[in-house]
Design a protein around this ligand. Structure first.
Ligand SMILES: O=C(O)c1cc(=O)[nH]c(=O)n1[C@@H]1O[C@H](COP(=O)(O)O)[C@@H](O)[C@H]1O
Length: 276
């Protein structure tokens, strides 16, 4: 099954466009685990179990594991996801971007070592840095397009004088992802919930590719505006929230609190669909 098939199925089964981001930060764990990087797996597995019927995807952020030398716990978490949430696609948030020969190694890491269904990529180095990921049939790749951070403006909002119509860089990327770069039909774009007007612009230029949209919750993005700008019947969106769900409670009830927060966010997103 392709990444897009999995996404469609999970979105339908769980009635959801919510992605729970797995960004484990031991200092924010509840008392019995607090500050202990060996508890990363336990913490994340509890969150997965509490939310697996509410999401269309999970997104582990690799830096939160690698920073603690906890790649083995990410491998265990991937196995846990396969066993306990087999219907939910996993997007490995790695934001890789390197020359083709090195990209081949990163692709192997994401799809073979971790068994991810999709990966996030920085497209800054051009198509040959993206192509190795597209060699994996059915695997998804999300290109950073108009990111949620304020500094995203610095490059993404620059005009390309050399391209027809002098589009902004992020607009050009949106066209490439919808068209010539989408060799395996599984490309998507990352756009921040903090910029709904730009989400709308990206959707106009790339009507059918999936949009991964982080920035609701801790970054303050407007969930309803995000859905209105990005969701289309044949253009899926995956709205990520990490900290607001993971740390909804700092106590022993963290998993129950995460579930309540995920449910609230899921319902808010669903209700904002035009005609819902
Ligand atoms: O690619 C991403 O996931 C990403 C792109 C972007 O533009 N902004 C952004 O916040 N992210 C990631 O999405 C997550 C957001 O986390 P919260 O702000 O805690 O919901 C983090 O893992 C970020 O690395």
């Amino acid at each position: 099954m392709t990444f897009l098939d999995m996404l469609r199925n999970a979105a339908t089964q769980n009635n959801s466009m919510l992605c729970v981001g797995l960004d484990p930060e031991p200092t924010r764990f509840p008392a019995t685990m607090q500050g202990n990087p060996r508890k990363i797996y336990d913490f994340c597995a509890a969150i997965v179990d509490a939310t697996a019927d509410l999401v269309c995807a999970f997104k582990p952020q690799i830096a939160y594991f690698a920073a603690h030398g906890a790649e083995d716990q990410l491998e265990r978490l991937m196995q846990h996801l396969r066993a306990n949430a087999p219907h939910v696609p996993v997007i490995l948030d790695a934001k890789r971007g390197d020359i083709g020969s090195t990209a081949e190694q990163y692709a192997k890491e994401a799809f073979e070592r971790y068994g991810a269904d999709a990966v996030t990529l920085s497209p800054f180095m051009g198509f040959d840095s993206v192509e190795p990921y597209l060699q994996y049939p059915g695997k998804g790749a999300f290109l950073l397009c108009r990111t949620s951070n304020p500094g995203g403006d610095d490059l993404q909002n620059q005009r390309l004088a050399s391209v027809d119509g002098q589009p902004l860089l992020y607009e050009h990327l949106a066209r490439l992802a919808q068209g010539p770069w989408n060799k395996n039909g599984q490309l998507g774009l990352v756009v921040g919930a903090t910029y709904p007007a730009e989400i709308e612009r990206v959707r106009a230029l790339a009507p059918t590719v999936p949009l991964l949209i982080p920035g609701v919750g801790a970054q303050g993005g407007d969930a309803a505006a995000t859905v209105r700008a990005g969701w289309r019947a044949n253009g899926p969106i995956i709205v990520n929230s990490s900290r607001a769900i993971l740390y909804a409670s700092g106590g022993a009830d963290f998993a129950d609190a995460a579930r309540r927060e995920a449910q609230k966010t899921r319902d808010l997103l669903q209700a904002a669909r035009p005609g819902a």
